[in-house]
Design a protein around this ligand. Sequence first.
Ligand SMILES: [Zn+2]
Length: 56
Amino acid sequence: MAEAECPECASPISIAANTEVGEILSCPDCGTRLEVRSVTPPKLEKAPGVEEDWGE
Ligand SMILES: [Zn+2]
């Protein structure tokens, strides 16, 4: 299992081995939606366009 860093709050985020590029993860610390840009090496970016789910 690899570890990436949240670009928003710098918290370490575990990347499961079966994670795929393009998957959306949520930072457990700040809740930011993060898109997996690369698995090896692990790289996360804020998911474009989506801020928060303020209910629908
Ligand atoms: Zn974060």
